[in-house]
Design a protein around this ligand. Sequence first.
Ligand code: DXP
Ligand SMILES: NCC(=O)COP(=O)(O)O
Length: 261
Amino acid sequence: MRTFPNLRLGVNIDHVATIRNARGGRHPDPLRAAHIAVEAGADGITAHLREDRRHISDDDIARLKSELTRPLNLEMAATDEMLAIALRHLPNACCIVPERREERTTEGGLDVGGGGARLERIVGELQDAGIRVSLFIEPDAGAVEASARIGADIVELHTGAYCERALEGNAAAVAKELERITKAARLADDAGLEAHAGHGLTFNTVAAVSRLPQIVELNIGHFLIGEAIFGGLGRAVQRMRALMDDARNEAALAGQQARSA
Ligand SMILES: CC(=O)[C@@H](O)[C@H](O)COP(=O)(O)O
Ligand SMILES: NCC(=O)COP(=O)(O)O
């Protein structure tokens, strides 16, 4: 039973393509993963078309756009090449992320303040085409404020530091990172920005972020694809969905009880 239906799950299928590309063939197909994820409860699909095409390809994006029955969130760097691709395919949303060819995965949040006129132009052109613009940022006040100033629709709060501290078992540091995310989510909501979160989330770390009422979407990929190897993608998505809903409902109930006390 979901009493907070506004917490959406976006499943990132990048690393299905990583496995496919390991042999240069067509299996496993990210499209098949997308359909399975949707059938299992995903509200949307996220795919990161990197400049080096290390996983998701241009053809994957074209097929996702034509086949998906749920919104497509295209992750992209703030480049004219990616802007042209986004304007060609018109995804529901574009999440602008920082990219360095030598990085293994996304390391930090987007430098919105330093993005200048080019970032502002790219945000504007995407929005003029009817695409919602999300900025992948550190959970910090400055980044949230800069995102509001540039006119973004959404901020996606980088949960990587929180997840890494959780993996280290550092409870104090986990609490500190969660406080960062909590404050940033509230600030985003107050600024009229839709607040999403993602990067590194697992079965063990998803609940605490799900309890934040201002967060309306979580984008989760790498862990789910890893779990899929052992128990199937459908079951992994269903379990993540259930953990999100249970945490959300518990927090909502606690809030209602506190208000009625
Ligand atoms: C922005 C983010 O955290 C991820 O969605 C991004 O896609 C990570 O890059 P890789 O998928 O290449 O690890
Ligand atoms: N933007 C975060 C995302 O799409 C998935 O990140 P991860 O779960 O693959 O780390």
